[in-house]
Every structure is written in structure tokens, then in C-alpha cells.
Design a protein around this ligand. Structure first.
Ligand code: PEP
Ligand code: MG
Length: 590
């Protein structure tokens, strides 16, 4: 048993996952969620109507609370962050969840708290067991809302984490989105959670509040106490317990350097992306929701190079209608016009099945080699055509381009284009407007597509190289398997030769090539990619300033020389060293 006297207060560093950048030093507010105590009794048949009415009132009260939180978040953080709570309202409206609870009341005769808790737990378990990070997060939404409904049934007010966390580093097992929303700018110094991932909603809120966050610290909540001093390094994902004066001094220096760097990057962000020898470079953004166009503008992206549309599907309990999709695509195109928005058709399946589409996706032994993306779409023409019509209709606004994911060869591309032609004909017959000249391109992310890029280029208006998948397929490295993550080498000679081949094939047909995988957002690789002849880079919006800074600090002629040298090398590590050296000596702003 730990007592105050024998507690170890020597400096200890715990490694988690960096989730929101920044450095904070402060005392801990330990936030441990307590389980609600649920009453257990039976309800006579004659009183079950009143029990159901009590449930209705609790749902209504919860709905009003969530709407109040949404309004507050929208005021403090903006509409995109507020939209996180749409998922909570959907849970409250879920007829299956509500209906099952009422059925449980009728058949078991137990009080409504127990019935609702049981049904909600079944839902949470079902979502928790799905092998997809994004869908597992939905279990968190249900847990959060269910807790509120139960509190309302029990007449308990929920406490605001914001009040408790003022000026403190919040350390918790997990933080629900509504709790995170209670932490506004001035209150928490940092957020640290034992569980969670970079895509958890609490982290999204932390990032938008610009509060440093580290997740995945496993057992930190068991190792510290309220009031302990900690240092949170949201850049490296480290949490230092009981930091020494020396560590604090070192971090003070790092904080100053980072602040300086961020300032310089933000300044560069406002300037054009032009190399020192006057070559303009196109830098675009990757988005998952139309609301993220605000970020594209904030970070001065030249439109969107990759709109991953499957996220509209993943966050919905059913297949979104043509109209819903049209609204999202049009909103993005309108927001960024005249800059282009490249909309990628669905990349569902494999590791990204749909919550509301379990019947559409079978469990597969090798999901990344499975029924995914364009393969799924060509087998589900109704779903595919809905999306294609929505994109075509949105093309009358702004500058919309369409691209297909996971194309493996020319025949598959022709099949996809045939479906697109059918959609054009249908819209024409209905008298619905679309841009007949909307450019249609293909992602190049399968080795067979790379090797036949000269053939594909004949039927494409542009290429976009998905290095995430291309590297995984070229090197046979599962991109989500952390045991082999160290073997995932963007600078492998096979990758370089393949990129050069794709660029050559595209330029031979006068079409442009973009890279939209994570490699494009790493400033260390900017010179290599541009030197290999890539025309455009597309990345998650906050990475734009660092890549732009790199572009503005290099000469394109030097980047070409770097790529030439790299192509002569025989190993990934040599090319990596060359890129690091180029970056360190010519670019690095620190
Ligand atoms: C890629 O594969 O590089 C890519 C951009 O697509 P995704 O990451 O969505 O598979
Ligand atoms: Mg891909």
C-alpha cells in the first residue's frame, strides 16, 4: 500500500501517443468516473405506462442538455466541433435502442433504469467488438449518452469537468465528448488519458482548443494522485511525473524553440508555395468531412486533393442518401471555389466496414486484399450510382473532380467509367444539371496500376498516388500492424522506382500527378517527391505550413538532383539519410 511517506517521487517518464501538440506543466486533476448505482425493483403491469413516460421525459431532458452543450461548443469552438454531438442526438433518436428498452420493460417487468442499462450495454459491447477504431469510438458516444439518460432518470445533475479542471492537467481513464466540451480554453492545461487514440472525440476537441494531449498512457491513473506535478509533452507523447528542475529547464527551452518555429511556419503558411528558384508548387488538403474546409482555408491549402467520402458513411447508421451526399459535396465545393475539390469515391470495406451495413460486409481473412473500395462499389451498383450522381450534381458548383480508389488496371477503370456514363445519361434524361467536363482521375495505390500507369493515363485526367497503400502492397507490410511498422519504408528503392515510373507515364500523356498519402505531409520527403517530378502534394491541413516552409526553403533544381542521387542508391536507409541531410541542412527551421 502506498502511503504519503513511502511514495516514490523520483522523475519517471511514461510514453503514450502524441495526440495534440504543445507542452504543459502543472498539477494533476485526477478524473475517475464513478459507476452510477442503479436501483433494482419490479414494476407492476398497471404502472408500466408511467415508467415508459418517465423514460420519455429522461430522453427529452437529455436531448435538451445535449443541445445546450452543442450550442456552447459551437460558440466556443465552432460548428465542426459541435457536430460531434450529432452522433449523441442520433443515439437518442435510435428507434431500435428505445424500442428494445420498452420491450424489455414489458417482458421483464424490471424498472426502466435496469432495462435501459441492459440494452445500452448490449449496444456498447457490439460496437466495442468491431475491429475498426472509428466504429469503436461510437461505443463511447453511446456510453456517454446512456450515462446522461441514467443520471436524468435518477434525478442526478452531472458535474462539469471544466470547473474541476481549471488550471490543472486533467488525467483520466477516458474522457467522454461531453466532458471534453466542458473544458474550455482557459481551464485545463493539458489532457492525458490511459486509453484512446488520435481519432477519439475528446482528442479532436483538445486539438481544436489547442490544448496539449497525450493518450494511451495505459496505467497512469493508477500511478499518480491529485495534485502531483507532471509535465506533458504533446509533441512526443510523453508524460513526465515529478519532473526535476533540470527537465523543466530543458522543456522551457524546447517550448520557446517550438513557439518560434510555429510562428515561422504560420507566417510561411500565408505566403505562396514557391521554391527558391521560382517554381510554384501546388499544396492541397486531405479532408474527411465537408466541415473541414474551414481548416483548409485556415492553413491556406490550395483546395482539397483528397476528400475521403467513406467517413460520411462510417458515421451514419445507414447508407447516406444521394441528397445527403450531394449536400456534403456541394458544401465543400462551394466553400473552396474556385480551388478544386477532388472527391474520392467510396473506399469502404476491408478494415472500414459500415456500422449500419453489416449485411454488406463479410468478415475477411485478409481485409486489405479483400472486398474493398472500387471492388465493393462495382458489386453494389445502387450504392455506387447514388454517390456518382451526387458528385456529378455537385460538379455544377465550384471546381469538382472525381477519382476512384484502388484501381488495379484498365478494365476495372473502364467498368467504373461505364457506371459513371450511365449516371450521366440518367441525369440528362431527368433534366438534372452536371458538368460534363468534370475531370475524372484514378488513385494509383496498387502495384498493378503503377506498372500499367501508361495504359491508365490514356483514360485519366489525373493521377493521385496513395503512398499509404502503395507502400504496403509493394513491400507486403500491413499498414496497421505495429509489429512490422519498422519495415514500412517510404524510401525503399522499390518505392522510388515505382514513383518515378508513375510520374513518367503520367507526364508522357500530359496529365498531372499528386501524392496524397501520409508521405506527402512529411516535410522531410517534400524534396524527394518534388524532385521525382510529382506535381502536387496533398496532406492533412495542419501539416500544410511545415511542408510549405520546406518548399519555400528549397530549390527545385536541388530537389531534382537529390532524387537523381536517391535513385542510384541501393537501400532505404541510404535514401532516408540523404533526405534527412537535405532537410537538416537546407530546410530545417529550428
Ligand atoms: C493512400 O492509400 O495513400 C491513401 C491516401 O488512401 P487511404 O489512406 O484512404 O487508403
Ligand atoms: Mg489508399
Amino acid at each position: 500500500m502506498l502511503t504519503e511517506e513511502n511514495r516514490d517521487t523520483t522523475e519517471t517518464t511514461l510514453q503514450g501517443i502524441a495526440a495534440s501538440p504543445g507542452i504543459a506543466h502543472g498539477q494533476v486533476f485526477l478524473h475517475l468516473q464513478s459507476e452510477l448505482e442503479l436501483p433494482a425493483h419490479d414494476i407492476e403491469p398497471a404502472r408500466r405506462g408511467e415508467e415508459a413516460a418517465r423514460f420519455d421525459r429522461a430522453l427529452l431532458a437529455t436531448r435538451q442538455q445535449v443541445q445546450r452543450i452543442m450550442a456552447e461548443v459551437e460558440k466556443n469552438l465552432g460548428p465542426d466541433e459541435a457536430r460531434i454531438f450529432d452522433a449523441h442526438l442520433l443515439v437518442l433518436e435510435d428507434q431500435a435502442l428505445v424500442g428494445e428498452t420498452l420491450r424489455e420493460l414489458k417482458t421483464s417487468g424490471h424498472n426502466i433504469e435496469r432495462c435501459f442499462h441492459r440494452v445500452a450495454q448490449r449496444y456498447i459491447a457490439a460496437f466495442d467488438s468491431i475491429d475498426d477504431e472509428y466504429l469503436r469510438e461510437r461505443a463511447g458516444d453511446i456510453r456517454d449518452v446512456a450515462q446522461r439518460v441514467l443520471q436524468n432518470l435518477l434525478g442526478q445533475a452531472s458535474q462539469s469537468l471544466g470547473d474541476l479542471a481549471r488550471g490543472r492537467v486533467v488525467v483520466a481513464g477516458d474522457i467522454t465528448p461531453s466532458e471534453a466540451a466542458g473544458l474550455d480554453r482557459s481551464e485545463a492545461l493539458a489532457i492525458v488519458t490511459d486509453t484512446g487514440s488520435k481519432t477519439s472525440h475528446a482528442v479532436i476537441v483538445a486539438r481544436s482548443m489547442r490544448v496539449p494531449a497525450v493518450v494511451g498512457t495505459r496505467d497512469l491513473t493508477r500511478r499518480i494522485r491529485n495534485g502531483d506535478w507532471v509535465l506533458v509533452d504533446g509533441y512526443m507523447g510523453a508524460v513526465i511525473l515529478h519532473p526535476t528542475e533540470q527537465t523543466l529547464y530543458r522543456y522551457g527551452q524546447i517550448r520557446l524553440a517550438k513557439k518560434n518555429l510555429e510562428q515561422r511556419l504560420l507566417e510561411a503558411g500565408r505566403l505562396p508555395a514557391v521554391t527558391l528558384d521560382d517554381a510554384p508548387i501546388t499544396l492541397r488538403a486531405n479532408i474527411e468531412q465537408s466541415g473541414e474546409t474551414a481548416l483548409v482555408r485556415e492553413f491556406h491549402g490550395d483546395g482539397v486533393g483528397l476528400f475521403r467520402t467513406e467517413f460520411l458513411f462510417l458515421s451514419s447508421p445507414r447508407v447516406p442518401t444521394e441528397e445527403e451526399q450531394y449536400d456534403a459535396y456541394r458544401a465543400a465545393a462551394e466553400a473552396l471555389a474556385p480551388a478544386p475539390v477532388v472527391i474520392r469515391t467510396l473506399d469502404l470495406g476491408g478494415d472500414k466496414p459500415m456500422a449500419g451495413g453489416a449485411h454488406l460486409f463479410a468478415r475477411e481473412a485478409n481485409p486489405f486484399l479483400g472486398h474493398r473500395a472500387i471492388r465493393f462499389c462495382l458489386d453494389q451498383p445502387a450504392i455506387f450510382k447514388n454517390q456518382l450522381r451526387a458528385i456529378l450534381r455537385a460538379s455544377t458548383v465550384g471546381n469538382v473532380r472525381l477519382m476512384y480508389p484502388m484501381i488495379s488496371g484498365r478494365e476495372e477503370l473502364a467498368r467504373a467509367n461505364a457506371v459513371l456514363a450511365e449516371c450521366r445519361a440518367e441525369l440528362t434524361a431527368r433534366g438534372v444539371a452536371f458538368d460534363p467536363a468534370m475531370p475524372v482521375g484514378s488513385m494509383i495505390e496498387i502495384p498493378s496500376a503503377a506498372l500499367t500507369a501508361d495504359l491508365l493515363a490514356q483514360d485519366c485526367a489525373f493521377f493521385s498516388i496513395g503512398t499509404n497503400d502503395l507502400i504496403q502492397y509493394l513491400l507486403a507490410i500491413d499498414r496497421v500492424n505495429d509489429r512490422i511498422a519498422h519495415l514500412y519504408e517510404p524510401t525503399h528503392p522499390a518505392v522510388l522506382r515505382t514513383l518515378r515510373h508513375i510520374v513518367g507515364a503520367a507526364h508522357g500523356r500530359n496529365i498531372k500527378v499528386s501524392v496524397c498519402g501520409e508521405m506527402a505531409g512529411d516535410p522531410v520527403y517534400a524534396a524527394l517527391l518534388l524532385g521525382l517530378g510529382v506535381d502536387e502534394l496533398s496532406m492533412t491541413p495542419p501539416l500544410l505550413p511545415a511542408v510549405k516552409y520546406a518548399v519555400r526553403a528549397m530549390r527545385l533544381a536541388d530537389a531534382r538532383a537529390l532524387a537523381e542521387d536517391a535513385l542510384k542508391l541501393g537501400s532505404a536507409s541510404e535514401t532516408q539519410a540523404l533526405c534527412d541531410e537535405f532537410y537538416r541542412t537546407r530546410v530545417k527551421a529550428e
